[in-house]
Design a protein around this ligand. Structure first.
Ligand code: NDP
Length: 277
């Protein structure tokens, strides 16, 4: 049986085994998918052992996405630009590293949430790994404006310089949080890790244009602080990152198996379980 796994530290909370098992059932694929806890200093060894035991591919999560990039012998263009890998595919000729996070985000926004990105004003908060993975897929949707704002402004500047050659006609710019006041974005994506600790980035007022969507990459039971604040500050709709999680998994599954699973039922079941606590 073909073996796959998600590797991280911590990993016990991961929903990836459940998601991929559902994809496999639905598409009639025979495979196993497990969660692997790697020691913080033992990522490469754990991957090599899994591969030597016949593993075909892995998802990679915190804190190993940069090490996965370094371990890959070739990269997809989106992983190359992101400098981070969340999907490994093992072949006879080496290890392909891909980054499906951004494609998962964009599919969730467009397909699941019915959001238009082309010609819109889009704001991404944060300049960490998740933003690096998201920028190319977002730019590929041809927004009118894409602003990256970060607590440490130099990191936003660095990302904007890196992605400017891929911006096409989009106005790609870096910003501090303060300078965002009154700019009125159509889509605001929280890609900071603030929600993980129950914190809210220090955002000014006037961020949301009429009809705007506020999207938090974090997911869990109920609203994150960012989502709760967005509701009171004028966002017409709010969403969490559960759909992104399912869609990035579907992108990985498609790369490995050559068949795209239907995500709607899997997302609905995960949502039901989350809401039930
Ligand atoms: P990183 O650690 O790489 O980056 C964290 C970012 O958050 C930095 O830009 C940091 O700013 C900023 N930040 C942290 N705390 C605060 C705060 N209190 N106020 C303002 N900014 C803050 O994290 P990732 O990019 O890997 O992940 C970001 C989020 O995306 C996480 O919540 C993660 O769970 C989520 N995610 C969700 C996925 C999904 O499938 N739904 C997939 C991948 C990620 P600074 O540079 O100033 O330190």
């Amino acid at each position: 049986m073909d073996r796959y796994a998600v590797i991280g530290n911590p990993i016990a909370h991961s929903k990836s085994p459940q998601i991929h098992a559902a994809f496999a059932r639905q598409t009639g694929q025979t495979l196993s998918y497990e969660a692997l806890l790697a020691p913080l200093d033992g990522f490469v060894r754990a991957v090599e052992d899994f591969r030597a035991e016949g593993g075909r591919g892995m998802n990679v999560t915190v804190p190993f996405k940069l090490e996965a990039f370094a371990l890959s012998t070739r990269h997809t263009p989106r992983a190359e630009l992101a400098g981070a890998v969340n999907t490994l595919a093992f072949g006879d000729d080496g290890i392909l590293g891909d980054n499906t996070d951004g494609a998962g985000l964009v599919r969730d926004l467009i397909v699941n949430l019915g959001c238009t990105l082309g010609g819109r004003r889009v704001l991404v908060l944060g300049a960490g790994g998740a933003t690096r993975g998201a920028l190319l897929p977002l730019l590929d949707c041809r927004p009118a404006t894409l602003v990256v704002a970060n607590r440490s402004p130099a990191k936003a500047d660095e990302l904007v310089a890196l992605f400017t050659p891929h911006a096409g006609r989009a106005a790609l710019a870096a910003s501090s949080f303060d300078a965002l006041a009154g700019h009125g974005f159509d889509v605001v994506i929280n890609a900071t890790s603030a929600s993980l600790s129950g914190a809210l980035p220090p955002l000014p007022s006037g961020l949301y244009a009429p009809g705007a969507l506020a999207y938090d990459m974090m997911y869990g039971r109920g609203d994150t602080p960012f989502m709760a604040a967005a509701r009171t500050q004028g966002a017409a709709r709010v969403a969490d990152g559960l759909g992104m999680l399912v869609e990035q998994a579907a992108e990985s599954f498609t790369l490995w198996r050559g068949v795209r699973p239907d995500t709607a039922a899997v997302l609905a079941e995960l949502r039901r379980q989350l809401d039930a606590g």
